[in-house]
Write a protein that binds this ligand. Structure first.
Ligand code: ATP
Length: 457
């Protein structure tokens, strides 16, 4: 019997597992790394893709009122004048080491954070945006910025989307992409990095309906995390205080997760009013009004923005899934990843590396990988192979043993319970598909049986 161990998730263990198993590496590691930049390894890239796919599925493919966009990272420099990013980040700034709010030095009365009283960093002339040059000449006329958020790409394409999709309000634009911020304080692994990925929606509504839609999106987004298996107790909503609100925001909630270092923002949902479209209309000279053909009115829509981080979601998913159990006197490390997010869905494990068993196992492998991402592993003892798969969160292992050659059956072993069933090889695909859809392990196909062979049998 396995037994729960006391509280065990800490950042060091997560970093070490990610490193050891190929989820996440420090960027440019052979050169000593690059501060707060990270590379996603073979498993990390799958995890991240699954998170993005789950988000896209929920907010674009399963809805009639949201369409996708992939805007370029480099945008016209005026975008950042209109958005307020250029002006807002060029003063000498200090940052609070605990709440991360940034302050202009000239606004400070003493050397403490005006919001929480925390310790402040040294002042720096700071522009949050990474600057580069477009074309062969490095002069001020050719300056462009790496976008610090994906949002502006959606605002500047508002009219293009309305005209080409004939979407009527309320509707949204969704985008996933890289964003870059020259953060003053970084750290906590992938929680705060200088290059990261965002998943953002700009949902355009008529003013007056904005509060209702704001509440809707707060609930919708919180449920998305819960549906992906994140424990409810580790999630909470925090409304921004008036003084905390960004210059554009009428209201804002953070969805916070209980990370190993404490509660911190996972996603922000803001009511941005009409700030962005009004600003872009002013700076571009183009009207960004919407014509409501029902009421025959022209108006600038309000915007509700759910803005999530892919990397922070990945970190929350990993922390939430991490577990240690005592099993036969040894610690079994496992990730209880939701099957939708698990990088590898099924592992095929032949008991021997030689002989006719290999042929059967390879055939099963070829068959299953038509449906899922499957790993074939024949190195070391079966017990160690199970542990490896547990540690990377693989929901099911399919084991082929010598008896398989006679009865044409294989064993399915479930990650969390370590329970096993034995089923005809011909039913493997349908049985696994049913288990992925939530069918209990012990619901058996014809000819199937509960397997008592044990972990190493
Ligand atoms: P924080 O207060 O933690 O700096 P923020 O309020 O500046 O975050 P937003 O501008 O609201 O963040 O960005 C939306 C989302 O993008 C955040 O909720 C987070 O998930 C992600 N994000 C923002 N900055 C970073 C970063 N430096 N590294 C990783 N993810 C980030």
């Amino acid at each position: 019997m396995s037994k729960q161990l006391p509280a065990k998730v800490d950042m060091e263990k997560i970093v070490s597992l990610c490193r050891r198993r190929g989820f996440i590496f420090p960027s440019s590691e052979i050169y000593g790394g690059l501060s707060s930049c990270w590379d996603y390894g073979p498993l990390g890239v799958e995890l991240k893709r699954n998170i993005k796919q789950a988000w896209w599925q929920a907010v674009v493919h399963e809805r009639d009122d949201v369409v996708g966009l992939d805007a370029s990272i480099l945008m016209h420099p005026q975008v950042w004048v209109a958005s307020g990013h250029l002006e807002g980040f060029t003063d000498p700034l200090v940052e609070c080491k605990s709440c991360h709010l940034r302050w202009r030095v000239d606004d400070l009365k003493d050397n403490k954070c005006p919001s929480c009283g925390g310790e402040l960093t040294e002042p720096r002339l700071f522009n949050l945006m990474f600057k580069t040059f477009m074309g062969p000449i490095e002069d001020s006329a050719s300056v462009v910025y790496l976008r610090p958020e994906t949002a502006q790409g959606m605002f500047v394409n508002f009219e293009n989307v309305v005209n080409t999709t004939r979407k009527r309000l309320p509707f949204g634009i969704a985008q996933i992409g890289k964003a870059f911020r020259n953060e003053i304080t970084t750290g906590n692994f992938i929680f705060r990095s200088r290059e990261f990925e965002q998943m953002e929606i700009e949902f355009f509504v008529k003013s007056g309906t904005d509060k209702e839609w704001f509440d809707y999106w707060v609930k919708e987004r919180l449920n998305w995390y819960i549906n992906l298996g994140i424990k409810k107790d580790n999630l909470r909503l925090r409304q921004h205080m008036k003084k905390e609100l960004a210059h554009y925001a009428l209201d804002c909630y953070d969805i916070e997760y209980l990370f190993p270092m404490g509660w911190a923002e996972l996603e922000g949902i803001a009511n941005r009013g009409d700030f962005d479209l009004v600003q872009h209309a002013k700076y571009s000279g183009k009207s960004l009004e919407y014509f409501d053909d029902e009421t025959k009115e022209h108006y600038v829509p309000y915007v509700i923005e759910p803005s999530a981080g892919v990397d922070r979601s990945a970190l929350a998913v990993l922390c939430d899934a991490y577990d240690e159990e005592l099993d036969n006197g040894e610690i079994r490390v496992l990730l209880h990843l939701h099957p939708t997010l698990a990088p590898i869905k099924v592992a095929v494990l032949p008991l021997s590396r030689r002989g006719p068993l290999v042929q059967v196992a390879k055939q099963i492998y070829a068959d299953l990988r038509q449906c899922w991402i499957v790993q074939y592993d024949d190195a070391q003892s079966i017990g160690r192979r199970y542990r490896r798969q547990d540690e990377i969160g693989t929901p099911f292992c399919v084991t082929i043993d010598f008896q398989s050659l006679e009865d044409n059956q294989a064993t399915i072993r479930e990650r969390d319970s370590m329970n096993q069933i034995r089923v005809p090889v011909s039913t493997l695909k349908t049985v696994l598909a049913a288990k992925f859809s939530g069918e209990p392990l012990f619901v058996l196909p014809p000819g199937g049986q509960i397997w008592k062979g044990g972990e190493n049998g």
